[in-house]
Design a protein around this ligand. Structure first.
Ligand SMILES: NC(=O)c1ccc[n+]([C@@H]2O[C@H](COP(=O)([O-])OP(=O)(O)OC[C@H]3O[C@@H](n4cnc5c(N)ncnc54)[C@H](OP(=O)(O)O)[C@@H]3O)[C@@H](O)[C@H]2O)c1
Length: 227
């Protein structure tokens, strides 16, 4: 039975990943900030364990890694993310907010990889997947604004590339995936993509990953994205 470790699994795409992987017979290590209030996650049927983890707390990441030291983690799924302040026009940047979003969207995925690399290396599939966004693409940015969110995801893409080089020798494949504009709290009610379809698409891409894909960026529906 393969194992997936998911961050931010209590709602949105993280919850849908937990549901779909549990239904597919995977062991799911579902982490979230407040397991007690994670009603929908606690109701997911299958081989699932819910653990507390605020990914901005790096000591907590180290602690959870120690608790899970004996696990073989086939797929480390860096899903947790923050949108940053919506008032993001030039001249309105909230620099305190930027620091918090950078810690969650950019630094935490690297810290997770550093802390769980042994468990991933000991697994069969050896995958590290982080959720990026088309908004992090420099080549496709024609609309401006969104300084905070865009920069944290662009930096995540750069980190993914370095990890792909550094971890290739251990047989670990690291990629970033854009989930589409999905109807979650972050995407909002007018978003185009149903979360179940987004996660089904991403799982299908993850299923087909090989070491030749390391460092690459994917979209949930197979469309290409410029760096
Ligand atoms: N939805 C979209 O259209 C879209 C598009 C592109 C990329 N993405 C990316 O996809 C990922 C999932 O997004 P979503 O749409 O599911 O967002 P969401 O509905 O807003 O859910 C965000 C999740 O991240 C968790 N989180 C935030 N800060 C955290 C922290 N410090 N520690 C642990 N968990 C934390 C939240 O937990 P709490 O409930 O505790 O806050 C929640 O579970 C994100 O990385 C996002 O940037 C989404």
């Amino acid at each position: 039975m393969p194992t997936v470790l998911i961050t931010g699994a209590n709602r949105g795409l993280g919850l849908e990943f937990a549901r779909q992987y549990a239904a597919a017979g995977w062991q799911v290590l579902a982490t979230c900030r407040d397991p007690q209030s994670a009603t929908e996650l606690n109701a997911v049927a299958g081989e699932i364990q819910v653990l507390p983890l605020d990914v901005s707390d790096f000591l907590a990441i180290e602690t959870v890694s120690r608790i899970l030291h004996a696990e073989k983690i086939d797929l480390l799924l860096n899903n947790a993310g923050l949108p940053g302040s919506r008032a993001a026009a030039f001249g309105e940047t909230d620099y305190e907010d930027w620091s918090e979003v950078f810690r969650v969207n950019t630094q935490a995925p690297l810290k997770m990889a550093e802390c769980f690399v042994e468990q991933v290396a000991n697994s069969d599939k050896k995958l590290i997947v982080s959720l990026t966004s088309r908004l992090g693409s420099i080549g496709e940015n024609t609309e401006g604004e969104q300084y905070i969110y865009r920069s944290t995801k662009a930096a995540l893409n750069a980190i993914n590339k370095s990890m792909s080089v550094d971890l290739a020798g251990r047989g670990i494949t690291t990629v970033v995936i854009h989930p589409g504009w999905a109807r979650t709290d972050m995407g909002g009610p007018n978003a185009a993509v149903d979360p179940a379809d987004s996660v089904t698409g991403m799982r299908s891409i993850i299923d087909k990953l090989t070491p030749a894909d390391a460092g690459n960026i994917f979209s949930y529906n197979g469309s290409s994205i410029d760096w």
